[in-house]
Write a protein that binds this ligand. Structure first.
Ligand code: DQA
Length: 147
């Protein structure tokens, strides 16, 4: 069982980028924590980041048979992209949307997500812990689907 964890633009700068909003942890720190949690849950974690919308679309489209779910922080594309939710609809895998910051407490343009209507669930505002909670939830979704 593989879970894709996909990260969108500027998340490669985590740790240096607006630490008061996004924290001091780097994306590599978060990836490492996700891999540890994945081992406990017996899930293979495939953790990726890109600054390009089309690359996110391709990664979603190419999710091979072993991929059981997608955890997605589409970053700014959350608020602009139609292509990403279209790709998620096409592959019809469970998707958990994650945001580090509480987008609803920020600028109004961050209150709308094109991803949420196609997501199984949404986790916002809990920092890097949100990724681990999403993995726990995904493990349960996979177990339920297999039961
Ligand atoms: C973000 C929230 C987005 O509004 C923003 O564009 C990001 C990060 C978050 O994780 O809090 O880049 O997705």
């Amino acid at each position: 069982n593989t879970v894709l964890i996909l990260n969108g633009p500027n998340l490669n700068l985590l740790g240096r980028r607006e630490p008061s909003v996004y924290g001091r942890e780097t994306l590599d720190d978060i990836a490492a924590a996700c891999r540890v949690r994945g081992e406990k849950l017996r899930i293979r974690v495939d953790f990726r980041q890109t600054n390009h919308e089309g690359e996110l679309v391709e990664w979603i489209q190419q999710s091979h048979a072993d991929v059981r779910g997608i955890i997605l922080n589409a970053a700014a594309y959350t608020h602009t992209s139609v292509a990403i939710p279209d790709a998620l609809r096409a592959v019809a895998l469970p998707c958990i949307e994650v945001h580090l910051s509480n987008v609803h407490a920020r600028e109004s343009f961050r209150h709308h997500s094109y991803i949420s209507p196609v997501a199984t669930g949404v986790i916002v505002g809990l920092g890097s812990q949100g990724y681990l909670l999403a993995l726990d939830a995904m493990a349960r979704l996979i177990a339920d689907a297999d039961a």
